[in-house]
Design a protein around this ligand. Structure first.
Ligand code: C2E
Ligand code: CA
Ligand code: CA
Length: 539
């Protein structure tokens, strides 16, 4: 059928319109490619060709007006219209798939540079941004501060409440951090409970102010799965260019400062070159702890525990020390946390139990009622072979299980490990007694105590030491004694450093006391003389 000229022209114009529409996706693809710094020559040629087609269509339209309607003028406009629809479909479908690929690539880029749990930048992105901040600061003659931060009780939360709770806590920590900072600052999660902040154009004074703000932001407790958690944070500060001029050293120095802040419970610490020695020590400790037991470098010291009324000797608490050939006598706080992290604690605890039971057997020849108290870690109770080991030890050392008391920190009360509870009940069944150590420092309360076969609680020395000056501490000590007694538990106060404290504890009805005033931890060879007479000095 021969088309009238007006219809031919209409078809050509419709084709031109469709071609013009397909210019848009082609232009968007060209734009995406130029943003990616990809030259995108193919798409540019396509764009130019579409423009040429438009011209061609107009030329055809002009020619048609000069011709008589024929079979040719009737077929060609259909072909032209079909061609332009085809071009439009191809360009818009290509645009869609390119946009999808872009989206996936952006998501992958985000994954590669961000932490999955908190969506914060990860270590890689932090390094990139810090590098850039240093370049900018060098150009402008300004400073950059770096904060490395670590949560204080995170390990306990993870160990006792489980990883899901730990993850929940990390997710709540994130907005507390970001809300205290400017948009231009970068907060990153380094892994575990370690975070880092870059403060561009900020000097030491600014970094200190921000550190205080962060610490304040942690004053309010967190509520994770119904647990109210009071979590502190330790911050280490280093500043470009004063402390270092490159990314790695700057981060390493902030990390050294953070470690000092954590160890001394200072909140935040500014990097000081003298701190490096401690880091070196820590590295030696990690490396050498493995062989310490084998090389017979561990020793137990013994600190007496006495009745508050009348000073009757209950027995001794065994406290481990490490005679490290290079560093001298190391106190447990310097290596027990490392032993717990590395799993060496199980071996260390078995060594302590073996040593302490052998000693008490020997001292019971002087006084058969003496008992020994040994500190264990929650991890020991989760060890499936622990009970067998201890039972065999009672046989080989010939010590009555009733002479052994074990001390576990109060974090045990938040444990949902059934195994740990089973072990405690089995120990209780065979006559071993249990003390809850460091009472009052963690998240637990006396109500948890009901679930445990604990004979006694030890009020943490931090409350006892200051109870004469600090009314709050005195109230905590008094109410803990009353509540524990109401629940039928015995109370031991640690950290008794003077007579006044001892007198008050006696008035408050505290059952036993331990502390420098009553007796320092001493080596095993000094214990027999102490039992025989020296303790009389206290009275
Ligand atoms: P802890 O169980 O709370 O032990 C009491 C700590 O207080 C001991 O520190 C003791 O020397 C110290 N102390 C005693 N009286 C006073 C006092 O009047 N004033 C002050 N300021 N401190 C006093 P030490 O020996 O450094 O032990 C520290 C911690 O290391 C212990 O705290 C315990 O948690 C852990 N620990 C010690 N030995 C072992 C062990 O064999 N195994 C395990 N798992 N942990 C141990
Ligand atoms: Ca203890
Ligand atoms: Ca304690």
């Amino acid at each position: 059928m021969i088309l009238p000229i007006w219809f031919t022209l209409l078809l050509v114009i419709a084709g031109v319109v469709v071609l013009l529409i397909s210019l848009k996706p082609a232009a968007i693809v060209c734009q995406i490619q130029s943003k990616r710094k990809d030259f995108g020559l193919g798409w540019k040629i396509l764009f130019a060709l579409i423009c040429l087609f438009v011209l061609g269509y107009f030329l055809f339209a002009y020619t048609v007006t000069k011709l008589e309607p024929s079979i040719v003028t009737s077929i060609i406009p259909w072909i032209l219209f079909g061609g332009s629809v085809f071009v439009m479909l191809v360009t818009s479908m290509s645009l869609k798939s390119i946009q999808n690929i872009e989206k996936i690539a952006a998501l992958e880029r985000h994954h590669a540079l961000h932490d999955e749990l908190t969506s914060l930048p990860n270590r890689t992105l932090l390094y990139e941004r810090l590098k850039q901040a240093i370049v900018n600061a060098r150009r402008q003659g300004s400073t950059v501060s770096v904060l490395i931060m670590d949560l204080n009780q995170f390990k306990e939360v993870n160990d006792t409440l489980g990883h899901h709770c730990g993850d929940g806590l990390l997710q709540q920590v994130t907005p507390r951090l970001t809300n205290t900072l400017r948009n231009s600052d970068t907060v990153a999660r380094f892994g575990g409970d370690e975070f880092a902040v870059i403060l561009p154009d900020t000097d030491l004074v600014g970094a200190t102010t921000i550190s205080k703000k962060i610490i304040n932001a942690f004053e309010e407790s967190f509520n994770v799965e119904g647990h109210k958690l009071q979590i502190g944070i330790s911050i280490g500060i280093s500043v470009y260019p004063d402390d270092a001029a490159d990314v790695d050293t700057l981060i390493q120095k902030a990390d050294v400062a953070m470690y000092v802040a954590k160890r001394k419970n200072l909140g935040y610490t500014i990097y000081d070159s003298r701190q490096d020695r401690h880091t070196l020590n820590r590295l030696i400790i990690i490396g050498k702890l493995h062989d310490a037991i084998k090389n017979d470098e561990l020793v137990l010291y013994y600190q007496p525990i006495l009745e508050t009324k009348g000073f009757g000797l209950w027995g001794f608490e065994a406290l481990v020390r490490w005679r490290q050939p290079e560093l001298g006598l190391l106190m447990p706080e310097e290596f027990i946390p490392i032993a717990e992290q590395s799993g060496l604690i199980k071996e260390l605890s078995r060594w302590s139990l073996n040593e302490a039971l052998k000693q008490i057997k020997y001292w019971q020849e002087i006084d058969s009622s003496l008992k020994i108290s040994v500190n264990l870690s929650v991890k020991d109770l989760q060890d499936s072979s622990f009970l067998n080991y201890l039972n065999e030890l009672f046989v080989t050392t010939q010590v009555d299980p009733r002479s052994l008391n074990i001390e576990i920190t109060e974090s045990i009360m938040m444990t949902d490990s059934r195994r740990a509870y089973e072990v405690l009940y089995e120990l209780h069944r065979i006559g071993v007694t249990l003390s809850i150590d460091d009472f009052g420092t963690g998240f637990s309360s006396l109500s948890y105590l009901k679930q445990l076969p604990a004979k006694s609680i030890k009020i943490d020395k931090s409350f006892v030491i200051d109870m004469l000056e600090d009314d709050n501490d005195a109230v905590i000590v008094r109410s803990t004694i009353d509540l524990a007694h109401n629940m039928g538990r015995i109370v031991i106060a640690e950290g008794v450093e003077n007579k006044e404290t001892l007198d008050i504890l006696e008035i408050l009805g505290c059952d036993y006391a331990q502390g420098h005033y009553l007796g320092q931890p001493i080596a095993a060879n000094l214990v027999p003389d102490w039992i025989k007479g020296d303790q009389l000095q206290v009275k």
